[in-house]
Every structure is written in structure tokens, then in C-alpha cells.
Design a protein around this ligand. Structure first.
Ligand code: ADP
Length: 551
């Protein structure tokens, strides 16, 4: 049967099977709103119809500038359901970058949180394509304040062209609802890379890639997501589709908890407890923060529902994986992905036999990035030659598969990140173990080249973060007159804890060759972060580039 794998099929399934499953979210005033898929999907239908009524046609881009919320989930589903393309804008980017991205994408409509209108005003004048702005009110959906409010009251923005989200839904003429023909290769979503390594580039996800990617998150050796789950993506909905979890939740009927703008350790912990979350996902910095909360009051939180904390986006330090498992009996599942891979490519689950192994061995395995998901293929390449899967030879990770991008959106000519024989060059340097488990040593541009040899910044960071006095550590290469580059460690100590650079070097010494040890360790109050919470190493490289200038 020629059955297209399209987002509306996900929505139909949830509508027929999962209407009773819960969707909850933290509102701007911190209160928690609870509803069900039945209500979300009814409102989704209204939004689809209303957008079509505004003239949105298949292929048109509709942007969102919003925190994780019920309305954002509605937009995720409604926009691809009429063949249009959902384009989530990263609200932590600089306004100039946002303007560039909106124009590059040619977004026609913007759906924006009321609280983010001041941000929109900062780049609105630079945008040339937006015709209509739909404002999601800050007050709870359906409340009196929400219905009656003037959407521009707090911002001073002119009302012309601004529509109220709730009023728009109410105005939808459901009798006019059309179901456009959508092919599975049509674009459903447009995401931009967060620009850690340069100007943001757009990546289009087809309906098929989203459906298959969602499917892959349900299988046991991936995240095993099913109807019994309640998902809390901490990774924002404006960054690679919150790792695709909103779509996966709809496909399998998993409950969803949408955290709004409150992503600090205490708020996350509170939501996990209150909403009986079973699976949550985010970058390591979020889980380092939550670990500190848990350690303040061990056993003081009911986390009995929580079966998995999925971590990706940066390397999960082994010490953190161990701390969660040992002190709080929580299981970390490490995963690797990137914008060009929709994003999930590998997931690390313990192989047969290791569940019963000593904790050290388990943690060592769990700190790897994992095995490729079904249909994702991996290889490591060094000097144009594929490296052996021996767990020792480093190579650049290349991937291919049904949800790996074929090209960047709107980029002329051939991009060297795509190989001639159909693979995507990730820019990550890895070892592949004999069982196919991928271990990331570094981003190619973060490796430190000292005296002609490579030093892994990730390995040093992970080891430093295992020191009891260290809250966070980032290692970067700084130019050195003799050695070309040397590793510099920038360390944030835990509140009240003390350690000297010598203490830390002594701590590292047993695990590394002498020339790997950072000669310089700088202490800082915080490490600069990217828009999605990763360490922003480019800032540190710039800040410390003259460190050895006088040597
Ligand atoms: P950006 O490249 O702008 O940071 P992405 O979110 O696409 O945006 O980042 C993908 C990159 O994040 C990967 O290429 C890799 O370097 C890093 N990454 C993702 N997951 C992991 C992980 N589990 N361990 C180490 N690095 C990771």
C-alpha cells in the first residue's frame, strides 16, 4: 500500500487513540495548566483551519518564537498538517541573527509569545517577509483576561497586523477545513543550526524523516517511549524540535509536560515530581544543576516515576552519570545528535550482560554516545580512509540515514560537509568500539593539538568534573609558541568548596599522560553558554588566546 508517512498520520492516531492522555505545562505565572490531547488536537484543528484561512498555503513557512507550551505544541502539529513548514526561532539568538534567519527562511507568519514581543520588536524592522503576527497571550488559555486583553497593551507595538491567538482559534471556520495532499518528502519543519560554529544554516525536515525519527524513539534500544510515559523535554521547543519528543509523544500517546520558560534545576525537579514524569531530556548543564538540587536534600523528592534522564547536546560527564545512579538511583541515557540529524543519531543503552556488571564498568559504557539507531549508519574517517572499529583509532564521524540532511536549505553549490558518496560529515571526532558503540572524543575544532599530538578536551573536562570541588569545567586550546597549542582548563568551583590548580592537576595525573595535563587552570564564576546551554568555547578561546604570548 502506498501509505505516506506524514505528520497528519501522527495526529490522526493520537486523535483516535490517545484523547485522554495528559498534556500539562507551566504558564508564565508559574501555575500549571493541565489538559488532554483531545483538547490540544481540537485546538490544533482550529489553528490549521485558521492559518489556511489567513492564506497559508502548502510550502509556506510559519515561524514560532515561543517557550515550550501547549500552544507551541498546537503549532508544531497544525502547521505541517496543512502542508506548511514549521520554523521554530531560537529566542536566545541575537536579534540580528533572528532577522537574518527569518528573511533567509522567508517566514510569512509569526506566532509569538506575548512575553517575547519586546524581543520581536528588536528585529521586526529588519524583517522583510512577515505578513501577520499571531500573539499567544500570557494569561491562561480561555481565561477572561486572555480573551479580552489587548495584545499590544504591554509592548506599545501597533495593533495593525497583530492577531490574538485565542481569537484566531475561535474564528476558525471548521466547515471549510480542507485536507491538502501532502507527500512524505514534502518539508514539514525548518530548523537552523544554533551557530556554535558559524552563521546559522537552515535544515529542512521532511514529513517522512519526522515520522521515522519519532518511530525510532519508541523502540526499546532507543528511548523506548510508549503510552505509559510522561515526557518532559527540557531541551527547548525552539532547538531541533525539542529533540523531536513532541512528535514522538503524539505518535505513541505519551503524556507531555511543557516547562515554559522555567528551566532551572529547582523548577525542573518540581515538575518531574508533580507531573510524575517518566522521561526527561536535556543538555548536561541542566542535569548538573538538578544534581546540585538533589544533593541538597537526598531522598527528599519523590522521583519514583522517573525511569530515564536522556542527555545529549554535549558529552555527559561520567562523574555525573555515576552520581545520578549511585546517589539517586536514576538512570542516565546518553545520546548523540545534531540539527542535521533531526537530531537523534545514536543512543547508549547497556548491552546484554553489563546490567549486572560493577558500577564503574556500567558508567564507563554509559558515558559513550551509543550505538546508531536503526537505519542510521556511521563510519569514522581519517585522511580519507575509514578507520577500524577498534575503540582506539580516531576519525571524523560521518553518518547517513533516512533522517540525515542531504543539503542545507538555501545554500548554493556543494557544501563540503556532504561527501560525494552520500554521507554527512559531522565535524565530531570519534572512536568506534568493536560493538558499534560510538565514543566522541571531541568536536574537530575543539581538539587541542600539542606538539603534534591530539589532546581530547572532552576527556579532560570529564575528569575535572569528577573532582568533588568542581562544579563545571571547560577545556580549550590556546596558542603556545613552542607546542602550537596547550590545553587550558577554566573551572567553576562548587559554592563553598576549595581547590588549587595544583590540587586539580594532581587529581588528573593518574589518568593522563603528563603532557595532557593543563599547565594553566583558570578559576571563573561561570562558563559562558551558547543559546542552548552548551559551553561556548569560542568565547574562552578568544579571552585566553594571549595566555602564553610572553612565554
Ligand atoms: P551546534 O552545532 O550549533 O551546537 P547542534 O545542536 O546541532 O548545534 O549540535 C550538535 C553537536 O553537539 C554535535 O556535532 C556534537 O559536537 C555535540 N553533541 C551532541 N550530542 C553530544 C553528546 N552526547 N556528546 C558530545 N557531544 C555531543
Amino acid at each position: 500500500m502506498d501509505f505516506p508517512l506524514v505528520v497528519p498520520a501522527l495526529v490522526r492516531r493520537a486523535r483516535t487513540l490517545f484523547g485522554h492522555r495528559p498534556v500539562s505545562g507551566r504558564r508564565p505565572d508559574r501555575s500549571i495548566a493541565r489538559t488532554t490531547y483531545a483538547s490540544v488536537l481540537e485546538r490544533t484543528r482550529r489553528l490549521s483551519t485558521a492559518l489556511a484561512g489567513l492564506g497559508v498555503a502548502p510550502g509556506d513557512r510559519v515561524a514560532t518564537l515561543a517557550w515550550a507550551s501547549q500552544e507551541h505544541l498546537e503549532a508544531y502539529l497544525a502547521i505541517p498538517s496543512i502542508g506548511a513548514v514549521l520554523h521554530t526561532l531560537n529566542l536566545r539568538l541575537h536579534p540580528d541573527d533572528l532577522a537574518y534567519i527569518v528573511n533567509d527562511a522567508r517566514d510569512r507568519i509569526l506566532i509569538v509569545d506575548e512575553s517575547l514581543l519586546p524581543l520581536f520588536e528588536k528585529f521586526r524592522a529588519q524583517t522583510t517577509t512577515i505578513e501577520q503576527v499571531v500573539v499567544i497571550p500570557s494569561a491562561a488559555a480561555g481565561s477572561d483576561a486572555g480573551d479580552a486583553r489587548d495584545v499590544t497593551a504591554n509592548t506599545g507595538a501597533p495593533a495593525h497586523g497583530f492577531l490574538d491567538y485565542e481569537a484566531l482559534l475561535a474564528s476558525a471556520d471548521l466547515s471549510a477545513h480542507l485536507e491538502p495532499v501532502i507527500r512524505e518528502d514534502d518539508a514539514a519543519v525548518l530548523c537552523y543550526t544554533s551557530g556554535t560554529t558559524g552563521r546559522p544554516k537552515g535544515v529542512l525536515y521532511s514529513h517522512r524523516s519526522i515520522v521515522l525519527h519519532s518511530f525510532s524513539q519508541g523502540i526499546a534500544d532507543s528511548l523506548g517511549i510508549g503510552e505509559r510515559d510522561v515526557l518532559l523535554p527540557i531541551v527547548p521547543m525552539f532547538h531541533v524540535n525539542a529533540w523531536g519528543l513532541p512528535f514522538t509523544g503524539v505518535l505513541f500517546g505519551a503524556g507531555q509536560v511543557l516547562p515554559g520558560r522555567y528551566l532551572d534545576g529547582a523548577s525542573v525537579l518540581d515538575l518531574i515530581v508533580r507531573e510524575r514524569v517518566t522521561l526527561t531530556a536535556g543538555v548536561p548543564t541542566v542535569w548538573l544543576a538538578m544534581l546540585q538540587e538533589l544533593d541538597k536534600n537526598p531522598g527528599g523528592h519523590d522521583l519514583s516515576a522517573l525511569r530515564t534522564i536522556a542527555i545529549g547536546g554535549s558529552a555527559a560527564p561520567a562523574s555525573m552519570i555515576r552520581a545520578y545512579q549511585e546517589r539517586h538511583h536514576l538512570r542516565i541515557v546518553h545520546a548523540w545528535g545534531m540539527t542535521e540529524v533531526t537530531p537523534l543519531g545514536t543512543v547508549c543503552n547497556l548491552p546484554a550482560g553489563l546490567e549486572a556488571a560493577p558500577l564503574d564498568e556500567q558508567v564507563r559504557y554509559r558515558a559513550r554516545q551509543g550505538k546508531p539507531l536503526p537505519f542510521v549508519e556511521v563510519r569514522g574517517v581519517a585522511d580519507g580512509v575509514e578507520v577500524p572499529w577498534d575503540g582506539q583509532t580516531m576519525g571524523e564521524l560521518e553518518v547517513r540515514g533516512p533522517w540525515v540532511a542531504r543539503q542545507y536549505y538555501n545554500v548554493e553549490g556543494h557544501d563540503s560537509r556532504f561527501s560525494d558518496d552520500g554521507w554527512f560529515r559531522t565535524g565530531d571526532v570519534v572512536l568506534i568500539h568493536p560493538d558499534g558503540c560510538v565514543e566522541l572524543t571531541d568536536r574537530a575544532k575543539d581538539l587541542v593539538k600539542s606538539g603534534g599530538e591530539w589532546i581530547s578536551s572532552v576527556a579532560l573536562e570529564n575528569a575535572l568534573m569528577a573532582h568533588p570541588a568542581v562544579a563545571e569545567a571547560a577545556v580549550v586550546a590556546v596558542p603556545h609558541p613552542t607546542w602550537d597549542e596547550r590545553p587550558l582548563a577554566v573551572v567553576v568551583l562548587r559554592a563553598g568548596a576549595q581547590a588549587t590548580a595544583d590540587d586539580l592537576r594532581e587529581f588528573l595525573a593518574p589518568s593522563f599522560a603528563k603532557w595532557w595535563l593543563p599547565d594553566r587552570i583558570e578559576f571563573a564564576v561561570e562558563i559562558p553558554r551558547t543559546s542552548v546551554g552548551k559551553f561556548r568555547k569560542s568565547v574562552l578561546r578568544e579571552q585566553y588566546k594571549g595566555l602564553y604570548a610572553d612565554d
